[in-house]
Design a protein around this ligand. Structure first.
Ligand code: CO8
Length: 259
């Protein structure tokens, strides 16, 4: 499908790149972009892609939800808009394949929430993050209160959300919001080098690891340990486990078949 606000690039080897592209409004997410994003994420689920990289065009990753669209909403409209974004971001989080946010610039409000729905976040030294919603009379509405608390701890999330303060990439790194900070020109190369490393791993094992990590996020220790036992055991029903271990013992490179 052709998109108005999304650019999709397929390297032909399993790495997809999605660029949110509405630079005149710093890639702010309106309903139309969210619908395109949802359609794209659904298509990724049905594809043979192995890694998805998400970035933004120009000086922003995504500068938030579209304030001009939100300005006219009433309570019912706010609920619908919030649910739309939260649903799309949850779909990203639940994709079977790893998703890397390559944060090139402003990741504010819904933009920070989009990044937090990705599995891995890396940032350009020029990037900045924040949940400035209180400055507009609202609170984060695309699951930011939940995910930021989980990622950075509730005290930090409360400080960031109550103040609406914008933080630089280095601070985002210090609090664990991103796992690497790169020179701006090295951002995409770094994202692709992580993606390349993932491509050498057994695809099903990566997908089981993601499911396990996602599912144990909300469990207590007993539940999380039991869940890991379940996913670990399931690996032994795959051809990739047989191949991975045979290849190691035969001292050759594995040829994973994703089954
Ligand atoms: N929505 C709509 N338009 C935007 C947005 C946005 N979030 N951000 C920037 N723009 C537009 C500007 O209005 C401007 O348009 P124009 O050229 O027509 O005046 C253009 O983008 C360029 O922006 P600036 O001139 O402001 O660029 P600067 O480099 O000077 O500043 C900033 C960049 C600091 C990013 C600044 O644009 C800014 O503060 N933007 C708003 C950031 C923000 O508050 N984001 C959070 C929005 S709220 C949100 O995301 C809630 C998510 C959950 C929603 C749930 C709903 C129920």
């Amino acid at each position: 499908m052709e998109y108005r606000f999304l650019k999709v690039q397929n390297d032909g080897r399993g790495i997809l790149t999605l660029t949110v592209s509405s630079p005149a409004t710093l890639n702010a997410l309106n309903s139309e972009i969210l619908s395109e994003l949802e359609d794209f994420v659904d298509s990724v689920s049905a594809s043979s892609a192995r890694v998805l990289v998400i970035t933004g065009e120009g000086k922003a990753f995504v500068a938030g939800a579209d304030i001009s669209e939100m300005a006219g909403l009433d309570e019912k409209g706010g609920l619908a808009f919030g649910k739309h974004g939260a649903r799309v971001f949850r779909k990203i989080e639940l994709l079977d394949i790893p998703v890397i946010a390559a944060v090139n610039g402003f990741a504010l409000g819904g933009g920070c929430e989009l990044a937090m729905s990705c599995d891995i976040r890396i940032a350009s030294a020029k990037a900045s993050f924040g949940q400035p919603e209180v400055n507009l009379g609202i609170i984060p509405g695309f699951s930011g209160t939940y995910r930021l608390s989980k990622i950075a701890g509730q005290a930090y999330a409360k400080e960031l959300i109550f103040t609406g303060r914008r933080i630089k990439a280095e601070e985002a790194f210090r609090i664990g919001l991103v796992s690497r900070v790169t020179e701006p020109e090295a951002l995409m190369e770094t994202a692709y080098s992580i993606a390349e490393e993932i491509l050498t791993s057994a695809p099903l094992a990566v997908s089981y690891a993601k499911k396990c990590l996602n599912e144990n996020y909300d469990l207590d220790s007993e539940g999380a340990i039991e869940l890991e036992n379940k996913w670990f055991a399931k690996c032994f029903a795959t051809g990739d486990q047989k191949e991975g271990m045979s290849a190691f013992l035969d001292k050759r490179a594995p040829e994973f078949k994703n089954r």
